[in-house]
Design a protein around this ligand. Structure first.
Ligand SMILES: [Zn+2]
Length: 537
């Protein structure tokens, strides 16, 4: 594939490109050193490549031995010969084998589906931590990461090889390179800031890595765009796997938008954000033709960009392999018409685990609108304000209070039952003492059981937190009144919660999406389109 093999440079043989990439190049066609990773056969992968099949985008990457470059299956360049193709299940695996990212199809812009591969909770949690920077910076190590996950270092490496075909270090390094490449292409950030934002310890290291990988300095990869000189905000495109039901997502967020913190306006979602004590704002829009969400970030510390992007991905459920999920749920005749009505319906996550948990408790036994009002009062009493230069909308001037702030408050100051006030305090204290409180913990039953150890958190609340904050996509609050109404609306015969739970067995491991479809069927302010279908393109 003449996919920009380095200007006039002759095709190169892929070789170890950096200190972390030491594995020999996989030469035998289709044969992966990490062969226990599940991939479609080489023939199927090749056919996907020939037809530039977007269904495989993000799921497979092809390394081309004649050029040393790896591509997405949708690369516009000429299809390479079959015998020159090596297929990988992750960008990291391709990079690990010595291939460098293509400058035309830009592997960094493929939908990020890695966390969906396999069912390993440990890998998903590890990827979330890596995305937040767990393997960046001084003193970080795979050993420490494994410790946080409660597994041995060797076991973690083995799981990574099995599910991603690459080691944790390679995954982290590939992420850094790809994120830096995205910032170079899509923003006008100065190179020193790009290096910092992507988690390179120093500009020198950043330059070395790019010289090794691309045979040119990072600045040479930037296409100059005079129109976009010096922007106030960082603007990025985050790709998803189509279809994506943006209207439902927006309606869901709009119905719950906390006054002062979030709003939906003109088909866009705005919110204030706090990460590691720093405060700023984001704006998210739908770029329907690019199958992406456009994210605008106004934030004082570029080093926290990866964490912000990871949270946006989680909030908007960008990593979902939605086609597979929709197909699975459609096998049930009860859900099939719902999925047909709303293809690409996502399960919204949350910006922050603690915030979702607080809102879940405030929402116990009251309407969505009433819960939203209470959350607004909580913000008015306890929040910090956003500095003027970091506001994106005059009405959004507060951040949602952190666990620390609520834990230390002498009074919560809401007119709600005492027991619920105590629960809010208990959640704040639990979140402070356990930084993994809102991360998956074994299977869904174990996650829910752990959350229920907090006084005042029952089954429904725990399942809801598991769904939106922990992101266990098998979470299912079967006693939810809206879910039962949703079933009744299509079935006429309203089931009991126990019957519904029974029926939901076949929806595993994606019961959260079934719940979303049932809520949408119930129509209780969750999914009424509020904007014209096509938005900012
Ligand atoms: Zn390419």
């Amino acid at each position: 594939m003449p996919a920009f093999a380095g200007g006039t440079r002759p095709p190169v043989t892929p070789k170890a490109a950096s200190d972390h990439v030491r594995k020999p190049l996989v030469l035998a066609h289709g044969e992966c050193e990490n062969s226990d990773m599940e991939l479609p056969s080489a023939e199927i992968c090749f056919r996907a490549l020939q037809s530039r099949d977007s269904r495989f985008d993000g799921l497979i990457f092809v390394g081309v031995t004649s050029t040393g470059i790896y591509c997405r299956p949708i690369c516009p360049a000429r299809t390479p010969k079959f015998q020159h193709c090596n297929f990988f299940g992750s960008a990291a695996a391709a990079q690990d084998a010595g291939f460098r990212p293509c400058l035309r199809c830009r592997p960094e812009t493929a939908p990020d589906l890695a966390s969906w591969r396999g069912t390993s909770n440990t890998v998903s949690r590890a990827l979330a931590l890596i995305a937040e920077g767990a393997l960046a910076g001084e003193g970080s190590s795979v050993e420490k990461l494994a410790e946080r996950l409660g597994v041995g270092e060797r076991q973690l490496r083995r799981l990574f090889l099995k599910h991603l075909g690459a080691s944790p270090i390679s995954v982290a390094q590939t992420r850094r390179v790809l994120f830096a490449k995205q910032l170079i292409h899509e923003t006008q950030m100065p190179m020193t800031e790009v290096a910092m934002a992507a988690g390179f310890g120093s500009l020198r290291r950043f330059n070395e890595t790019f010289l090794n990988l691309f045979h040119r300095p990072p600045s040479a990869l930037r296409r100059t765009n005079s129109k976009k000189l010096k922007e106030k905000d960082v603007q990025l495109r985050l790709r998803y796997r189509p279809p994506y039901d943006w209207d439902c997502m927006l309606a869901f967020l709009q119905a719950r938008a906390v006054p002062g913190v979030e709003m939906v306006n003109g088909g866009r979602y705005f919110r204030t954000v706090e990460v590691d004590g720093a405060i700023g704002s984001i704006e998210v829009s739908h770029l329907i033709h690019q199958q992406s969400l456009g994210v605008k970030i106004r934030f004082p510390d570029v080093r926290l960009l990866p964490a912000i992007v990871a949270r946006v991905r989680c909030l908007f459920d960008l990593g979902a392999d939605i086609e597979t999920i929709d197909r699975h749920l459609s096998a049930d005749p009860m859900l099939a018409p719902l999925v047909a009505r709303r293809p690409g319906l996502r399960a919204p996550g949350g910006w922050d685990g603690f915030e979702i948990a607080v809102r879940a408790v405030l929402g116990q036994q009251i309407s969505v609108a009433a819960a939203r009002g209470l959350a607004g009062q909580l913000v008015a009493v306890h929040s910090r304000s956003v500095p003027k230069s970091f506001r994106m909308h005059p009405d959004l001037s507060q951040v949602f209070p952190t666990a620390k702030r609520l834990a230390s408050a002498s009074s919560i100051g809401l007119r709600i039952p005492m027991a619920r006030l105590r629960t809010l305090k208990a959640i704040a204290e639990a979140a402070i003492s356990d930084s993994n409180l809102f991360r998956p913990f074994g299977n869904i039953e174990q996650t829910v059981a752990r959350l229920q150890t907090i006084p005042g958190i029952g089954e429904w609340t725990a399942q809801y937190i598991a769904l939106r904050a922990v992101r266990d996509m098998d979470a299912f609050p079967s006693t939810d009144i809206g879910l039962l109404r949703g079933v009744a609306s299509i079935n006429a015969d309203p089931p009991s919660a126990a019957k519904l739970l029974n029926r939901a067995e076949s929806w595993r491991p994606w019961r959260a999406y079934a719940a979303q479809h049932l809520w949408a069927a119930d129509g209780s302010a969750i999914c009424k389109p509020t904007t014209p279908a096509a938005l900012v393109g």
